[in-house]
Each structure stands twice: as C-alpha cells, then as structure tokens.
Design a protein around this ligand. Structure first.
Ligand code: SF4
Length: 369
C-alpha cells in the first residue's frame, strides 16, 4: 500500500469510528482548539470537510497577536515614535491595528521599527546601537516566554542596559478557565496546544477534567496527529469520560520542560493581563520581576494610554476569539476586511481565525448558526 493510500485508509477508519461513536448524540459536539498553529493546520489539511458533520470545530483565543489588546499596540507605536527608541518585533505585529494606527504606519512615517526572528536578534541590535533604547515586543504564550526571559538574562549578564521588553506575555490555562466561567461559549472538548504544552506539560490542564468535566487532548500538528487527537476526544465523550490525554508524547511531558519553566520563573511572575474580547483576567499574564525592572520598558518609561473601546470599526474579533461567533458572522468578513486591508488582528495574523477562514475557504464551511 502506498503512503497516500495508507493515510486515506487510516483517515477513513478514524472518521467511520467517530461517526459510530456519535450516532446517538442529539446535538453536535463542539471542540475548541486554543492554538493558532492548530487553527491553520486544520484548515490547510481540509479536516473540517473530512470530519463527521456532528463535529463542530471552533477556534479559541490561541493566536497571541490577535488576543493582544489595542492599548498595547498603541503603547508600542508611542515608543516607536520616540527618537531614541528602536522597536524590534516579529513580522506579524507590524500590520496589527491599534486604536488609530499601526506599527507599519509608524514605520512608514519614519519610526525605527525592525523585524527580527528572535529576541536574541534584538540583543544584537542593542549592542550595535548603544545610543538607542532597543525594545523587543514580547507577545506570546508559554512557548515564547523562555526565550524572551533568556534574552533578558543575557542582556543583564552583558551589561546591555539599552535593551528592554514591552511585555504582553500570556498564559493559556487561565484564559481557558475564564472562557468556561464566562458561560457564553459551550465547549465539549479541547484540542490542547502542542507547542505551549511542550513548556507547560499536560498537568496544568487537569482542571478542565476535574472542575468542568471536559476532556482535553494534547495534539501534534500533522493532519493525522490532529485527527487522532480529535478521535480521542470523541471516544472520551462517548464513554462519558473527562481526562487529559497526550497524543504528542514525543515532545510533551506531563511536567513540561523544567529548564524552560525555571527560566520563565526567574524573570517573570504571574500578573493580571488584558485580553482582546475577554477583558482583564487575573494571573493570566506574566510581568517582569522587580529584579528585572530595568529591562521592562513599561516601567522605564511609563505611558498614559487610554484603554480604547473594543469593537470599533465594526470588528468582532473579540467574539471570534471567544468562540462566540465564526468569522463569516462578521459583516466585514471578506468585504471591508481582507488580509490586504485587515480591519482587525484576526485577519492580520497568519494564525488568525479570520485569516484562516478567508485563505482556506472564505466561509464556505459547514459550521455555526
Ligand atoms: Fe475583525 Fe475582520 Fe475578523 Fe470581522 S473579519 S472579526 S473585522 S478581523
């Protein structure tokens, strides 16, 4: 049997078993992924079309750029406009709209905004420009926090006093709890994030089963790995069970990566954080410890940025991130809002749900109200 035939056979067998397990359900099963990479991988592989009609896949707050609130973007722009500041960032932040502008617009107007591929690259920029304050935009989940913490430690060791982070680091488990406590979004099972779980481990998700009786399965990113993880969720639901399983055991351990966790703990401490669409959630972010305050741009040069009202311009990203609507429910989707002229961050980021819907289907998919 060829490799393609083998994949088709495995897929057909898994889908048939899911159909059998779901045969007696009176309503569809709703599975949420909370990782932007999963969102894109699901669309790219066409898994929505392959899965039984009784399974609804919904995206949650798994795209770090998308969940970053407008006031953070506004602050980044304000710093970028300072003559002695260089902003360094991953490329996907550039076009994200703040309340009135974007870093791309600031760059076009003359601000020094540079794309880097790692916070360690930003250290190099800082070493080359001692006369400037070099700020790295630390936007991400547990996956990226260790590297950013390591960059801060390296800057301290090297005596690089002109390097700092503008941190909007966030944590996945607290936002999942907030989502469930909010009561707006019904979820029957979670496809748990493979990347973040490499750092956190699986035990941090035990509360889903213990407190909410919702199964969760950590999955890899290949189509068959995702299919396998979803199949395991369906099996648990058919059994009436709720436990946390790990189908990505080649890289994810129950206790995570102790060295990465220790690096995070060295530099950061849990703090309240603002999420687009979900508001301020206690202990859902990371702020830099007092010992590292000299590397925290928000403390070095505090700004007074008004918290913008969400939903301006008709963008419904907040609801998309809560799984309350799907992109095609937004009147701007595919019309006023397309990747080339994005109104909201969910259409800007390559991991954004609106961008994935637009790129891979334009709202043709079976799903939602
Ligand atoms: Fe916002 Fe555009 Fe998505 Fe609508 S389609 S929710 S405007 S990003």
């Amino acid at each position: 049997m060829s490799a393609v035939s083998e994949i088709q056979a495995v897929t057909a067998e898994a889908v048939a078993d899911m159909r059998r397990l779901l045969a007696h359900r009176t309503r569809p099963v709703r599975i949420m992924e909370v990782c932007g990479t999963h969102t894109v991988a699901i669309f790219r592989a066409g898994l929505r079309q392959v899965l039984p009609a009784e399974i609804e896949l919904v995206s949650g707050p798994g795209c770090p750029v998308c969940v970053t609130a407008d006031d953070y973007i506004d602050a980044a722009i304000a710093y970028a406009e300072m003559d002695d500041v260089i902003i360094t960032t991953f490329g996907d932040m550039l076009k994200v709209p703040g309340s009135t502008s974007s870093l791309a617009a600031a760059q076009a107007a003359g601000a020094d905004v540079r794309i880097v591929y790692s916070p360690l690259d930003a250290l190099t920029v800082a070493a080359e420009h001692p006369e400037k304050q070099v700020v790295f935009l630390a936007v991400g989940f547990e996956t990226t926090a260790p590297t950013e913490a390591a960059a801060v430690c390296t800057a301290k060791e090297r005596g690089l006093s002109n390097f700092s982070l503008l941190s909007a680091q966030k944590l996945v488990p607290p936002v999942m709890r907030a989502l469930l406590d909010g009561g707006e979004t019904h979820v029957d099972g979670f496809l748990l994030p493979g990347h973040a779980s490499v750092v956190t481990g699986t035990r941090v998700f035990d509360f889903l089963a213990a407190d909410y009786h919702i199964p969760g399965v950590v999955g890899g990113f290949q189509p068959l790995e995702i299919l396998h993880a979803i199949h395991r969720i369906i099996r648990q639901l058919a059994e009436g069970a709720a436990r946390i399983e790990n189908t990505y055991a080649s890289v994810v351990r129950p206790a995570g990566n102790p060295a990465a966790l220790a690096m995070i703990d060295r530099v950061y401490e849990p703090a309240e954080a603002a999420w687009r669409g979900l508001g301020r959630i206690p202990a859902s972010g990371l702020s830099m410890r007092e010992e590292y305050a000299a590397f925290d741009m928000a403390r070095l040069r505090p700004l007074s940025i008004a918290v913008p009202q969400e939903g301006r311009r008709g963008c419904r990203c907040g609801e998309v991130l809560r799984g309350a609507i799907v992109p095609r429910d937004c009147a701007l989707f595919g019309r006023a809002c397309v990747p080339e002229h994005a109104v909201g961050p969910c259409m800007v980021s390559v991991e954004g749900t609106c961008a994935a819907w637009y790129k891979y289907g334009g709202g043709r998919f079976r799903y939602g109200a």
